[in-house]
Design a protein around this ligand. Sequence first.
Ligand SMILES: O=P(O)(O)OC[C@H]1O[C@H](OP(=O)(O)OP(=O)(O)O)[C@H](O)[C@@H]1O
Ligand SMILES: O=c1cc[nH]c(=O)[nH]1
Length: 186
Amino acid sequence: MSNEQHVIMDETAIRRALTRIAHEILEKNKGIEDCVLVGIRTRGVFLAQRIAERMNEIEGTPIPWGEIDVTSYRDDRDSKEATAERVEGAKLSLEHLNIHDKKVILFDDVLYTGRTIRAAMDALMDCGRPRMIQLAVLADRGHRELPIRPDYIGKNVPTSKHEEITVALTEIDGKDEVTISQREER
Ligand SMILES: O=P(O)(O)OC[C@H]1O[C@H](OP(=O)(O)OP(=O)(O)O)[C@H](O)[C@@H]1O
Ligand SMILES: O=c1cc[nH]c(=O)[nH]1
């Protein structure tokens, strides 16, 4: 099977999509009052940080942002962590960010089954009581297994289950690029 990667978003496309999403968030929320951004580790964090910078440029006011580690909340990973430990882990990753009664805008790079987002929502609820949670993703590839729908989408990418979306971001991968390829069968 060919494992060729096709670029579906280059650096310019990613930059434009993030700028558009920053404007959409501001429009939907009528500014940044009571909004906080939370990126899901790993790449969601860099997306949240970039959007926070853009929103600051547009509004002239810094918007609080932070990151959350949801690994131990996933339902498809063996977790030996006790509930108290995983709550502590989530709280530690969200340190310095008050989400109580805030409009939390959650960021991830790819949305597929929705299980990561479910895990993130559970983790957030354990850390406080957001007034509202909204979801922003760079690429929505479909195939949801849970009733989760993003509020902000960089690009809708119709895929087959045999394909894979890979997001590269400069901060961690040395370049900005979204590619699609055939999934390696394991
Ligand atoms: O909607 P889902 O089916 O949950 O898939 C989406 C998740 O998959 C990827 O993470 P992955 O677990 O592959 O780890 P990574 O962030 O380290 O790539 C991606 O970053 C999303 O978080
Ligand atoms: O194609 C996919 C599916 C889940 N997560 C990814 O990063 N890519």
